[in-house]
Design a protein around this ligand. Structure first.
Ligand code: GDP
Length: 464
């Protein structure tokens, strides 16, 4: 991709619409626009100042009118790409748009690659990489929450947090390096001081890394595994939850096809519920496969919903939920179903029995999947467990690329702290601090190579 080219693309969706916008960006954007635009005042538009709008006709190379519309002019560096830019707003019809594009390319513009406008904005320093990626997220945002998060990222909130972390690390690194190079003058490295300096930095990086979980949930949905013995009321509960949220069902690619998956949304947060086979202790090899599958689903889930028939807790003896809850460490919400069948006192007893047997369970709630009692409460609990540690003041890691980079940074910060505790020479600590810096720099784009940048922008649409 040659940055000296002047590029052109339709910035709006193709089809019939009131208007369509064709964008031109590059060193010859103004002279090319001058050739296709005939304003009423017959001005030389290459001489007009930035932020000028003119009404006129768009003409082909034979000076035949294609359409009429507006020309908006931006001058470098005060444009989206940082280059001279022109936006032609014409009527939104396929024939008009393709004729205008054809004319512009005849005058020397080149059709833009996907994401090339935003890539130029990044290369010209108008946006950092995290902000540039936010443009695509913002356009793709389907929920209010996703829109706000993407906007925050576009406005540079994530970048601010990353810059803050990087500058703290640079400070610590400088303190280490000065004792390596000038130990005679400044004395030995103060390990204790360094550790208390690095710990909060690492803590903040961990908090940021944790928000990635919620970012993924916003994107792919909260994975909830519904576990329980046959007849506990799994299907009834599923129906209750789906009934109330019938309007919003998002298809999300599932991981295991052998399990029943249902998608719903609670307050704009997508939830993918997987109905699993019961977790019985069994010698039957076929049933064992089902149980293994359930265990696997449980391991991949963000939350386990353990449902039992409160009027018949005998099933608890044949279940083996304990290893799942212990091994996966997943939050587990215990649901005592069929509360309509028993007295409050019996319900209390059932709850304390569950609490005793399953000390790992996060919470217990009693419902009736038949009458719908406490379903609202269950929805609130689900929401509460989903949004716990959701974001840091509106900043949220939503991309897998960012998440990986932060995890790398956390790893190196933890290594640096461990080396500090071991009182190892400053060189070792500095090594990990530099790696942490490098990892964080990948998010904002200071330390990524061209190959990665190219791949990131390829995922954009043409015209962005
Ligand atoms: P699953 O096998 O776990 O999916 O359980 P189902 O949802 O099929 O329910 C098994 C039986 O229990 C059905 O006859 C349901 O009508 C009944 N059932 C489910 N939930 C309740 C409830 O809250 N109260 C009562 N009384 N019956 C329920």
């Amino acid at each position: 991709m040659n940055r000296e080219d002047t590029i052109v693309a339709v910035a709006t969706a193709i089809g019939e619409s009131a208007i369509a916008v064709v964008r031109l960006s590059g060193p010859t954007a103004l002279p090319i626009a001058q050739k296709v635009f005939r304003g009423k005042r017959k001005e030389d538009i290459t001489l007009l100042p930035g932020y000028t709008v003119r009404f006129g006709r768009f003409v082909d190379p034979q000076d035949e009118t294609i359409d009429q519309g507006l020309l908006t002019l931006f001058r470098a560096p005060h444009s989206y790409t940082g280059e001279d830019m022109v936006e032609l707003s014409c009527h939104g019809g396929r024939a008009i748009v393709s004729r205008i594009l054809e004319t512009l390319t005849q005058h020397g513009a080149r059709l833009a690659e996907p994401g090339e406008f935003t890539q130029r904005a990044f290369l010209n320093g108008k946006l950092d990489l995290a902000q540039a990626e936010a443009v695509a997220d913002l356009v793709k945002a389907k929920t209010e929450r996703a829109r706000r998060v993407a906007l925050n990222q576009l406005e540079g909130r994530l970048s601010e947090v990353i810059h803050g972390l990087r500058s703290d690390i640079i400070g610590a690194l400088a303190a280490v390096e000065v004792t390596i190079d000038y130990s005679d003058e400044v004395g030995e490295l103060n390990y204790h001081e360094l550790e208390s300096r690095l710990s909060p930095i690492c803590q903040q990086a961990i908090c940021l890394a944790n928000t990635a979980r919620f970012g993924r949930i916003l994107r792919e949905g909260m994975r909830v595994a519904l576990i329980g013995p046959p007849n506990a009321g799994k299907s009834s509960l599923l129906n209750q939850l789906l009934q109330t949220e019938r309007a919003i069902v998002t298809p999300i690619p599932g991981t295991t096809r052998d399990l029943i998956e249902e998608s719903l949304s609670i307050n704009g947060i997508p939830i993918v519920l997987t109905d699993t086979a019961g977790l019985r202790v069994t010698a039957d090899p076929v049933e064992r496969i089902g149980v293994d599958l359930t265990l696997k689903t449980a391991e991949q889930a963000d939350l386990l919903l353990f449902i039992v028939d409160a009027s018949d807790l005998s099933s608890l003896d044949t279940l083996s939920p304990l290893p799942v809850m212990e091994h996966t460490g997943r939050p587990t919400l215990f649901i005592l179903n069929k509360k309509d069948l028993i007295t409050n006192q019996a319900l209390e007893q059932a709850a304390s029995q569950v609490r005793q047997r399953f000390p790992h369970c996060t919470d217990i709630i009693s419902i009736s999947a038949l009458t719908g009692e406490n379903i609202e409460l269950l929805r609130d609990k689900l929401l509460q467990l989903t949004t716990a540690s959701a974001d840091i003041e509106g900043v949220l890691i939503t991309s897998a690329r960012h998440s990986q980079a932060i995890q790398e940074a956390v790893h190196h910060l933890q290594e640096a702290i461990a080396t500090t505790r071991q009182r190892l020479p400053g060189d070792f600590i500095a090594l990990d601090l530099r790696e942490a810096l490098h990892a964080l720099g990948k998010i904002t784009g200071e330390t990524v190579d061209d190959e990665i940048i190219h791949r990131i922008f390829q995922d954009f649409c043409v015209g962005k």
